[in-house]
Design a protein around this ligand. Structure first.
Ligand code: HEC
Length: 210
């Protein structure tokens, strides 16, 4: 007769041992020996600690988020002493105009049309009358006007009375730098529709065939 011990299946022993380890791990995990159960305020929780009863604290007045310091008034308002300025706040380069074109085609062309005449599918089908950038008034305005319009939108009051003549503010969707890039591109669009032979550099005029 074999001794009792040898009838034990060694793999069964291993299984039991593993079971103990798993049970221990479970028990330990349930202990929360971290700082799980401490008094704390969660987002938007009320609090009796502060006089205003709010757990979340407002920003200290004058707080500026990292990277959000607005040190150049003109760049962020388009205004000089309250009047729309007629200069770009930074240099106009080919890259900037291409950036403006890209953003214009994304955000504005849907209504104002790719060449800026205010003709688009939205205008045709939506009953909206977007401005034509080639009208004399908009050719004469300061470049800051475009920045101000993109920033604030256009409000023409009651749609019942005035038709759908309003335009949304793009301040939350287009960065100030890109708004200026679009403004510069609108100026390029205006030039493109009103150019004369004199605007072509002399050395290239011959290639026009006249
Ligand atoms: C949903 C359609 C729509 C989109 C998109 C749109 N606009 Fe307009 N925009 C309008 C309408 C409508 C008017 C008002 C026309 C009017 O006053 O008769 C207008 C007016 C304007 C004017 C003329 C303001 C003035 O002096 O009267 C400018 C400039 C302008 N938009 C620029 C832009 C630019 C730049 C973008 C892109 C960032 C843009 N719009 C996107 C619909 C739109």
């Amino acid at each position: 007769m074999q001794p009792l011990r040898s009838r034990w299946n060694p793999s069964l022993t291993r299984l039991l041992r593993a079971g103990w380890v798993a049970l221990l791990a479970l028990l330990l995990a349930a202990c929360h020996q971290d700082m799980y159960n401490q008094p704390k305020v969660q987002t938007y929780d009320p609090s009796t600690f502060f006089a205003d009863g709010r757990g979340s604290r407002p920003n200290v007045p004058g707080t500026v988020a990292v990277g959000a310091a607005q040190t150049d008034d003109y760049l962020y308002t388009g205004l000089i002493d309250g009047v729309e300025g007629d200069v770009m706040p930074f240099a106009v380069t080919r890259e900037l105009l291409e950036r403006g074109q890209e953003k214009y085609n994304i955000y504005c062309a849907v209504c104002h049309g790719e060449s800026g005449y205010g003709q688009s599918m939205v205008a045709q089908r939506g009953g909206i009358v977007p401005a034509n950038f080639h009208q004399q008034r908009l050719r004469d305005v300061a470049i800051g006007h475009f920045f101000v319009i993109i920033t604030n939108g256009v409000y023409r009051g009651d749609p019942e009375r005035d038709g759908y003549q309003s335009m949304y503010s793009y301040a939350s969707r287009i960065t100030p730098e890109d708004r200026w890039a679009i403004a510069a591109y609108i100026r390029a669009l205006q030039l493109s529709q009103n150019a004369t032979v004199d605007d072509v550099p002399p050395e290239l005029r011959a290639s026009l065939g006249n």
